[in-house]
Write a protein that binds this ligand. Sequence first.
Ligand SMILES: Cc1cc2nc3c(=O)[nH]c(=O)nc-3n(C[C@H](O)[C@H](O)[C@H](O)COP(=O)(O)OP(=O)(O)OC[C@H]3O[C@@H](n4cnc5c(N)ncnc54)[C@H](O)[C@@H]3O)c2cc1C
Length: 541
Amino acid sequence: MEPNTYDYIVVGAGSAGAVLANRLSASGEHRVLCLEAGTEGSNYLWSRIPIGVAKLIDNPAVNWCYSSEPDDGSGQRRIEVPRGKMLGGSSSINGMVFVRGQAQDYDHWAQLGNRGWSYQDVLPVFKKMESYEGGSDEFRGRDGLLKVTDSKKLSPFYDLMIQAAVKIGIKHNPDYNGADQDGIAMTQATINKGRRQSTAYCYLDPARSRPNLTIETGAMAASLIMEGKTCVGVRYSVRGEAREARAAREVVVSGGSINSPKLLELSGIGQPELLQQHGVDLVHELPGVGENLRDHYSPRVKYAITKKNVSFNDMGHGWRIVREGIKYVFSRKGFLSITSVPIRMYIRTREGLESPDATISVMPFLVERVDRERKLAKERGLTMNINVLRSDSRGSIHIKSADPAEPPAIKFNFLSSELDRTGLLAVMRKARELMATAPLSDVVGEEIAPGLDVQSDEDLLEWVRNNAETTYHPVGTCKMGNDPMAVVDDQLRVHGISGLRVADASIMPTLTSGNTNAPSIMIGEKCAAMMLAAAEAKAAA
Ligand SMILES: Cc1cc2nc3c(=O)[nH]c(=O)nc-3n(C[C@H](O)[C@H](O)[C@H](O)COP(=O)(O)OP(=O)(O)OC[C@H]3O[C@@H](n4cnc5c(N)ncnc54)[C@H](O)[C@@H]3O)c2cc1C
């Protein structure tokens, strides 16, 4: 083989890409190149410490720091779109919340025509990838590479919240990744012994010394090398130097929901008119590339806390933060060691639903912006992230020019669906009901945002338009399926092109009911298994 020729090339070492790099190289039989535009990263201090999220979320050294185009749903604001840019991708900068989603999410994917993606199909994959002590063996994995743990109750606040939730009909369900998602629970997190479990740490580090795996960082893929309708390699640049690598078998694009459709379009795969407009020669018409963008639009509802030592705001200043720092260094415990969203609930906004349609996740603190930096506020409080689980509003992501360095246009089109508007209103009102219920109400003070003067549907929606952020879960821009807008088939092969797959959050046809890291890792696992099975079948033929 030529020195720059590999069996497989994986573009992007994120949640899905890192898994592919590990699994494809595991047997030692295949030469694998993994190209990552970002930095080495796994030794980046803030990416190891759970509380370090605050230092990563706006940090261009390890983050693409995209933002959306202004539109009506965002009150003509630009919404920040952070994405990890280092080994581990967004799993190295995310909130570490671990949620698979509901059985119904995957059964729906199968109903859409995607064979092999029903809940019964993906459950063994979820079990294989994780190592978790709680729950039942029927649903949970015990010896996977990814360590998952429960958030600790660092104050009596969590029990107050659980008691109040139960009073308004939300059951206590310690394992929302088990038999059903319904109810309130402490958050399960990709954290072990106070260390973030990114895919860089869990999947790449154990594989790095393999002679058949090459990981190049600072390697930005600019386009795919196409010979007719076959993908044979990748053009990329390292510190401004143009390079090429060839794939004897397949290229897998795992650049995430923003960058994967961008790379396809830069390579001539997408909507003919759009490509022509930007001077990119058409290789293959696929109208779905960059369409079907979905994300969790998230109003941040804020309350004051009236009692001491309930909110992280008490622990995050003065001598207390020094105490927390010492605690973390010597015992890996305390609030520096846990996810910033330690409790959550999955709820129904109306009668008759088969499963929850909304979620409230609670950050036991208030954040303030000082310049661009996010800091713990001096006031005591809590913040609730409110989401409709399977958002129906759809937007798009498309290139703005043929220059790989130019960020794409991200159009969310939030609140364009009636279902999302009514769902958000109902769950915001449920959050108010919860906060007003004893014993939680004994420690909760004033509603800071939106504030109790904001009551009517119209006023609440106006406040959402002007203030909501996302929960950083873009999916769907290279969706899997067999309809005219599908980009990949159920083996994640790009329709009409050979030698090319996409495997990351972009292939999800619809949003899963929760955060998207666990499903993205599952997609990486499944894609690797399908590719290895295809290689074996070819060898046997
Ligand atoms: C701030 C934040 C908080 C989040 N919190 C949570 C959470 O708590 N729980 C949860 O489940 N999910 C969370 N998410 C979402 C979750 O992390 C993502 O859905 C998931 O990581 C997506 O995986 P992916 O493989 O699709 O993409 P990514 O993990 O983003 O990986 C894509 C990789 O490809 C690289 N890349 C892109 N383009 C190129 C190119 N042209 N050449 C070479 N390399 C390229 C990128 O640098 C990146 O490393 C969060 C995300 C963010 C950003």
